[in-house]
Design a protein around this ligand. Structure first.
Ligand code: NAD
Length: 364
């Protein structure tokens, strides 16, 4: 029976990388009925809503979605639709594998780590108070009344909630993932030396839950120390579990370790729904240029196939991507030794090379 998957092409480079990915899945012969739905600017134009109810209904019904990146205006305008989707669908776990592939520009052969980022709270909860507004003034007065520490009156405030519920849920997810994938170690990342209440809570829940998984090593590292250790010895890390903001920042760092955002896939997973999307954003300067690397979205679809139980097809897809990158001939600019290499191919041509490899694999 065919799978039904919601597909949000996104904006910027989203439609190009989504088309390339869809072509690869079609070539694999996985029977998927794509339910194409919109979010962000394209949805605003078509449905007068940034996140139409019909888009959420499609994902809730199909339970699985593949998504291209969506632009978020910086410092003004609407809030991130990506964050809104994760909140609305309670996709609390963000999974971002960072595995070295031969042929990339990575300086770290052997890197193979997985980021498990908490997706629902922390500074991303959206509890914000703008500077010089009456609500903000009232909040500042209240804080100054109950706390020894004083907040300046001309401050803007973003609240950082870290709950027992969400901490336990994500940490348990990380250990269960490690067990399922035969991973050896889970490392908790935090800044509990400074944020003793919030990060301190996250760390204490980590220690409690780690004790329930005696066969998996557990340790913790302060986030600033982690960034240094990652660029010196990434092979020492296996599964990292992090609160939302550190998870976001460290994800891009890890994408850099394996050769760039063009090849870094991701998944947002909840109890019953999963949404797969690349780590990268909409890269607006490359929109419509047939320039960017489709690998991150194709590998996100590979994670989706695994989630659907199509493990064999997932392995074929990953192999096809790896061999195209290893050969280094039909790859986009970001995988060439220099960014202006004239032999770089476009998004579509790289996808075609991957499809050729898929067909070879399927014939074996
Ligand atoms: P970005 O990831 O879009 O791009 C940063 C740079 O990374 C690009 O200029 C490009 O050099 C490189 N890059 C990104 N994707 C690539 C690919 N597939 N192939 C080759 N190179 C690639 O980050 P940004 O410029 O900070 O964000 C642009 C927009 O995307 C913003 O509006 C941001 O909010 C949004 N964004 C969306 C998501 C999402 O949809 N989940 C994630 C991150 C950023």
């Amino acid at each position: 029976m065919a799978y039904r998957v919601s597909l949000i092409p996104g904006d910027g480079i989203g439609p190009e990388v989504s088309d390339a990915t869809r072509a690869c899945i079609d070539a694999l012969g996985v029977d998927i009925n794509w339910d194409v739905v919109l979010a962000g600017e394209p949805a605003l134009k078509e449905h007068n809503s940034l996140l139409p109810e019909s888009t959420l209904a499609s994902i809730r019904k199909n339970k699985v979605a593949l998504k291209g990146p969506i632009t978020t205006p910086i410092g003004k305008g609407f809030r991130s639709i990506n964050v809104a989707l994760r909140h609305e669908l309670d996709l609390y776990a963000c999974l971002r594998p960072a595995r070295y592939m031969e042929g990339t520009n990575s300086k770290y052969p052997g890197t193979d780590l997985v980021i498990v980022r908490e997706n629902s709270e922390d500074l991303y909860a959206g509890v914000e108070f703008a500077v010089n507004e009456p609500k903000t003034a009232a909040l500042i007065d209240y804080i100054n009344g109950i706390s020894d520490k004083k907040v300046r009156k001309d401050s803007a405030i973003t609240i950082k909630p870290i709950s027992i519920f969400a901490s336990e849920r994500i940490i348990r997810f990380a250990f269960e993932y490690a067990r399922k994938e035969s991973r050896k170690k889970v490392t908790c990342i935090h800044k509990a030396n400074i944020m003793k209440c919030t990060d301190g809570l996250f760390l204490s829940k980590f220690r409690e839950i780690a004790a329930l998984f005696p066969n998996i090593q557990a340790n913790d590292v302060i986030v600033d120390n982690l960034t240094m250790q990652l660029v010196m010895r990434p092979k020492e890390f296996d599964v990292l579990v992090l609160p939302n903001l550190y998870g976001d920042i460290v994800s891009d760092l890890c994408a850099g370790l394996i050769g760039g955002l063009g090849i870094a896939p991701g998944a947002n997973i909840g109890e019953t729904i999963a949404l797969f999307e690349p780590v990268h954003g909409a890269a607006p300067k490359y929109t419509g240029k047939n320039k960017v690397n489709p690998t991150a979205t194709i590998l996100s679809a590979m994670l989706m196939l695994k989630y659907l139980g199509e493990t064999e097809k997932a392995v074929i897809l990953e192999k096809a991507v790896s061999s195209v990158i290893k050969e280094g001939k039909f790859v986009t600019y970001d995988l060439k030794p220099t960014r202006d290499d004239p032999s770089a191919v476009g998004t579509r041509e790289m996808a075609q090379a991957i499809i050729k490899e898929i067909k070879k694999e399927l014939k074996k």
